[in-house]
Write a protein that binds this ligand. Structure first.
Ligand code: WT7
Length: 647
């Protein structure tokens, strides 16, 4: 049972895409993808127009994914230069600092173009060129956008590392892609606290595997003290300010890499998801325009960080390719008060607001008053991303934040997909709270059972995609085999998302969450294997198993089972020490919520940890352990159930 929120006639009448248009365009996009995407490609400026549109085979023996393969373009030209004639003085970036009493700043398209060109020239002078990797470890400030676009301008591949990651995580990501240069800041500011970004980079570069880094550019942001090591470290302003304001853009093939972004998988270290230039940019800009029903005078705010794919596609590349005004927010939802989001909406007259369910749930807990004391009259459209949104939170978002006026687009996608794949179009799709609803143009979702059998009609199974879309990732950086094994081997011939999903009688999709060993904590992906390897790196830990469990605010929390080495005694101090250790090894987002001592872990006779059972214990459902007949030692499970932390 779910209620329906039909498209509001006023919204539908003015929308870019109404019901009829959605059905017609969707049909065209599936029946004739070549013609559909050839036409869509006209939205970009090409140095050389593509004549080959789609060249894709998911067959393992003949695998390839190529879009617009003979086209040539530059992403920064599409985000900047082509707007200068008509939108030169339009605000590209509205910057709202962490401290609400500090002045907000506007960066016009002309100013952004100049800053990007200057940095592009500086990077070239420092020996960075096409195909070189640049790591970006910056706070949410306009220079983060400048850094990304400057890389794109000269054909360097950026790898943005979220500012919340610890030195080890930075080092892993730098080592994996062999970056030549890092762009960072003295410090970041979040909720009034200083984040020692430069010091974290210093610590990372002491770790093995990072010797590819020749230069560290440091943005002076807070003015906090940093240790500058000559000749490696240079102040950003020293090398950038004196540069010429024009910078020849690199001619990029549509399939040349644009960026790498690391994301967690079910096994091993994070994967370097690689996106290319033409298909990605086209898909980000088209989805951004259609799904947010973008208009010229919109003030668009996506609260994500540029360290995640949402920031890449829906703060930087999509909005700027569309000539939109994008708000960049340095702060957090609860600083200085839990009204902050809505105060920022009012201050800047935000019209489109895009955030994560975890933020909505956290603010919902604070009640209506902090919302209702603000106006929010400028809002016309709301969006969510990152995890399933529970219907209560959806309704609160709709009724309290949106005053029942604004449609909500619940957008399902992944780092790997580059852009949104399943989402309502606000002028075309009747909404159901908790459902991401229907596929975007060109997207062919399907459900399969565990054996890969396609399920028809209303059904629940594993979500796969039958065909490619332009924004699809092309490879795992440096490990193409891993790309194929991860996404195309489970169910041969289709892309496997890793998500479970239900399709209802109206064909609406309801994502139920990950079906692999990935935990979705506050909309961020954490691989259980990463947390486990951080734990076993501690000298006192023999073995660890990590699973997710339902969490009121975060969606899922992290539950760790730890077996100590012989002779080590469990204690409350050691528990705290291990939790702090994981924070230090990976970063605060991987902090375990619960840590339970496990004298032993439940294993099969062949030695495989039975995570299914550990999940049930963490979920506090010991009566639903399922088949335990393959356990090598059933008493292990009994002990864990009895000793489970009471919450
Ligand atoms: C995973 C991808 C896409 C940008 C943010 C996360 C989950 C994402 C939704 C949604 C239900 C969602 C899925 C997906 N997810 N959006 N609207 N409804 N689940 O990117 O870190 O690559 O994580 O997030 O489980 O597989 P990501």
């Amino acid at each position: 049972m779910s209620d329906l929120y039909p498209v509001k006639p006023e919204f539908g009448a003015r929308a870019r895409i109404n019901k009829d248009a959605y059905q017609r365009l969707y049909r065209e996009s599936i029946e004739n993808p070549e013609a559909f995407w050839a036409k869509a490609a006209e939205r970009l400026d090409w140095f050389r127009k593509p004549t080959v549109i789609k060249d894709v085979s998911y067959k393992l023996e003949d695998f390839r994914i190529r879009w617009f393969a003979d086209g040539e373009l530059n992403a920064s030209v599409n985000c900047l230069d082509r707007h200068l004639a008509t939108r030169g003085d339009k605000t590209a970036i509205l910057f709202e600092p962490d401290d609400p009493s500090a002045p907000a700043r506007k960066v016009t398209y002309r100013q952004l173009h100049e800053r990007v060109c200057k940095l592009g020239n500086a990077l070239r002078n420092l020996g960075v060129g096409k195909g070189d990797r640049v790591t970006i470890y910056l706070p949410m400030i306009p220079d983060a956008v400048v850094a990304m676009l400057a890389c794109a301008r000269i054909g360097a591949i950026h790898s943005v590392v979220f500012g919340g990651f610890a030195p080890n995580s930075i080092a892993d990501r730098v080592a994996d892609c062999g970056s030549k240069l890092i762009i960072t800041a003295d410090e970041g500011l979040r909720g009034g606290r200083r984040i020692p970004l430069k010091a974290n980079v210093d610590a990372a570069l002491k770790l093995p595997g990072t010797q590819s880094v020749e230069t560290v550019l440091v943005v002076r942001h807070t003015g906090g003290a940093v240790d500058m090591q000559a000749p490696r470290d240079r102040w950003f302003h020293d090398v950038v300010d004196g540069q010429p304001a024009e910078c020849e853009p690199e001619r990029m093939n549509a399939e040349d890499p644009l960026f790498i972004l690391y994301t967690s998988g079910s096994t091993g270290k994070p994967k370097g998801v690689l996106h290319t230039t033409g298909g990605y940019l086209l898909y980000a800009s088209y989805t951004h325009e259609a799904i947010f029903d973008l208009r010229e005078d919109d003030i668009y705010w996506c609260t994500a960080d540029v360290g995640w794919v949402t920031g890449h596609s829906y703060i930087v590349y999509g909005p700027l390719a569309n000539g939109a005004t994008a708000l960049v927010f340095e702060g957090v939802p609860n600083y200085p008060t839990v009204s902050r989001f809505w105060e920022v909406v009012d201050r800047h007259k935000v019209t489109i607001f895009y955030t994560a369910p975890t933020a909505i749930r956290a603010l919902m807990r604070e009640g209506e008053a902090p919302v209702k004391k603000t106006s929010r009259a400028s809002l016309r459209l709301l969006g969510t991303v990152g995890e399933p949104i529970n219907p209560e939170a959806w309704r609160w978002y709709y009724e309290v934040v949106g005053d029942g006026r604004c449609p909500i687009v619940d957008t399902w996608w992944q780092t790997e997909t580059g852009g949104i794949l399943i989402s309502p179009l606000p002028g075309a799709t009747d909404l159901k709270p908790g459902s991401a609803t229907l596929p975007f143009f060109g997207v062919r979702p399907a459900l399969v059972d565990a054996n890969g059998q396609l399920l028809e009609g209303a059904a629940e199974g594993n979500l796969v995609l039958l065909d490619s879309w332009p924004g699809q990732m092309r490879t795992v950086y440096g490990d193409h085999q891993r790309f194929i094994d991860t996404y195309f081997r489970t169910y041969p011939g289709v892309y496997f998302t890793g998500d479970g999903c239900r399709r209802d009688e109206d064909g609406y999709y309801w994502i139920t969450g990950r079906v692999d060993d990935v935990i979705n904590v506050s909309g961020h992906r954490i691989g259980t294997a990463e947390v486990e390897s951080a734990l076993v790196a501690h000298p006192k830990v023999a073995e660890a198993a990590v699973v997710g469990f339902p969490h009121d605010i975060k969606g899922q929390g992290i539950y760790a089972y730890v077996t100590l080495k012989a002779g080590e005694q469990p204690s409350e101090e050691l528990q705290k020490e291990l939790v702090a250790w994981v924070r230090k090894e990976i970063g605060p987002i991987a902090t375990p919520d619960h840590l339970q001592w496990a004298p032993a872990l439940p294993k099969t006779r062949s030695g495989k940890i039975m995570r299914r059972i550990l999940r049930k214990i963490a979920e506090n459902q010991p009566d639903q352990l399922g088949d335990t007949s393959t356990l090598a030692d059933p008493s292990v499970v009994e002990t864990l159930v009895n000793e489970r932390k009471v919450r």
